[in-house]
Write a protein that binds this ligand. Structure first.
Ligand code: D5M
Ligand code: FE
Ligand code: ZN
Length: 481
């Protein structure tokens, strides 16, 4: 027994007190430096009451950690692709996907005044136009040569080509992602063709946040990579124990969200088996199950897959299928969702996405990098799409409906994948990249990716105050916001 704990026992005994075993369990989890002060204060109070037994209740009241039954923990799944996944076939499927994308995004911009002046690409027929008009569509080509940018937009009627001369606007055009939806203000060029005078993204309005009525807290995690040699098992276990500790923040946690890459998977990259400690998906998921079981049952755990998890690789991904681990599906406090998903936590809307598209976006967009994943998240919100670029590294399935359009405006946008914990705000939305619990892998080192693993981000859903628990021994590599 630690010397501070024996001091506590002896002190209480000498004063004629007994400590109930449940109360003792609480003391075992308290910061040892605070033990002496706590026991002296409790003994003083109880002596006044002439009651000589120290109970769990006494300590919980004293520490302000009495389980607060007024803290709600209501999870509603507002969107989950799992049951909607159909997979259309070949070209027909992709036509349906892009036409769904176009229609959904056109609807999103339809309440803007400019949309009254929208014309279809085919209706222009290269004719001269007197006043400026608008066209909208998905970006299929954009290139810059000799200080002129050319852009092609496609709508269901056909395609529109325009030229951009303005330097600032060329910069904006340079940040457009292929296959992203955009609206352009256009005018006739001197001879023939059209000049693009402005580019309008769907974006989203600043709006009031939904708040939880009670001060329930949510923990945001992702990229555990359980089964990998580099999974920080000890640190993660320590963190999970913290949730049931008498810490006043931990005590209010009612939700844990895991944003994908729960396990490291099998056969995800060449020679992966050499970097695994658990060689099968089943074994990896059993380990996850054991860790999840350490989380108190009054905490709801939401689990979303990432590119390392079983199911299918292409977006949108279904929830981790029951056939790999029915245990997780059976737990009453566990909610299995697909990627992406939208959940409501006591009324606070959280949009969850693993973040696979970040890789493609960082590669093609000037000014965006892995070090600042929240800037990429802002880019996605402005485009109102989670993974615009088609045909690059991020596989997208030919669904009949584009389930990656950001339709609901969230209060919190939760993404992972790039292993860097980072926070930011955009138009009143809290942006969280929830980092990872995997140390830097040899691959990441070889490409100069520096993760900041071992950080848990905790949000008070009533006040949106953010806390973080750092289990990273490298103190230089902490959360920046
Ligand atoms: O990916 C973690 C990060 O590392 C993510 O930004 C992608 C990058 N990554 C990982 N493996 C590769 C390969 N093979 N090529 C390119 N980029 C990669 P995670 O999903 O955790 O593996
Ligand atoms: Fe990952
Ligand atoms: Zn990932």
């Amino acid at each position: 027994m630690k010397k501070e704990l024996s001091f506590v026992l002896n002190y209480a005994l000498n004063k004629g007190f007994q400590i109930h075993p449940d109360a003792f369990k609480i003391l075992e989890n308290v910061d040892v430096r605070k033990l002496e002060k706590i026991i002296k204060e409790v003994v003083r109070e109880k002596t006044k009451q002439k009651l000589f037994q120290i109970s769990q209740d006494d300590l919980e009241t004293h520490l302000g950690i009495k389980e607060d039954s007024s803290l709600e923990s209501e999870v509603k799944v507002l969107f989950d692709p799992t049951s909607k996944i159909t997979s259309g076939e070949g070209v027909k499927g992709y036509n349906a996907l892009f036409s769904s994308r176009f229609n959904k995004l056109k609807r999103i911009i339809s309440d803007r005044p400019e949309s009254k002046l929208l014309k279809s690409a085919a209706s222009l027929k290269n004719a001269k136009i007197e006043d400026d008009l608008y066209v909208c569509g998905l970006v299929t080509v954009r290139n810059t040569e000799r200080n002129i940018t050319k852009i092609t937009l496609e709508d269901p009627s056909g395609s529109f080509e325009g030229i951009i001369f303005d330097e600032e606007l060329q910069k904006t055009a340079g940040t457009l992602l292929l296959d992203q939806f955009v609206m352009a203000r256009i005018g006739s060029a001197k001879n023939s063709g059209y000049i693009v005078r402005d580019l309008v993204l769907p974006d989203l309005p600043e709006q009031a946040k939904n708040k939880s009525e009670s001060e329930a807290y949510a923990v945001f995690l992702s990229d555990l990579h359980v089964g990998s040699k580099y999974f920080m098992g000890e640190e993660f276990s320590e963190f999970v124990s913290w949730i049931s500790s008498p810490d006043p923040v931990a005590n209010r946690v009612r939700f844990v969200l895991i944003g994908g890459d729960v396990v490291d998977g099998v056969g995800v990259y060449p020679n992966q088996n050499k970097e695994l400690v658990c060689q099968t998906i089943q074994e990896q998921l059993e380990k996850v199950e054991k860790l999840i079981d350490k989380i108190p049952k009054n905490v709801k755990v939401i689990i979303m897959p990432g590119n390392h998890d079983p199911g299918r690789r292409a977006l949108p991904q279904p929830a981790i299928p029951q056939k790999y681990n029915s245990g997780l599906w059976k737990r009453e406090n566990v909610v299995m969702v697909g990627n992406p998903a939208v959940v409501s936590l006591n009324g606070v809307i959280v949009s969850m996405f693993h973040g696979q598209s970040i890789d493609d976006i960082v590669k093609t967009t000037p000014g965006l990098s892995y070090d600042k994943p929240t800037n990429v998240m802002k880019h996605l919100l402005r485009a109102r799409h989670l993974s615009p670029i088609y045909g690059s590294q991020t596989p997208i399935a030919p669904e009949m409906e584009d389930l990656l359009v950001i339709q609901d405006i969230p209060d919190i946008f939760h993404v992972g994948h790039v292993h860097r914990a980072e926070l930011d705000m955009y138009k009143g939305i809290l942006l969280i990249n929830s980092g990872s619990w995997q140390k830097q892998t040899p691959f990441q080192a070889s490409v100069g990716m520096t993760p900041n693993p071992g950080i848990a981000i905790v949000v008070n859903l009533k006040t949106f105050q953010v806390f973080h628990e750092n289990y990273n021994s490298n103190s230089d590599n902490v959360l920046q916001s």
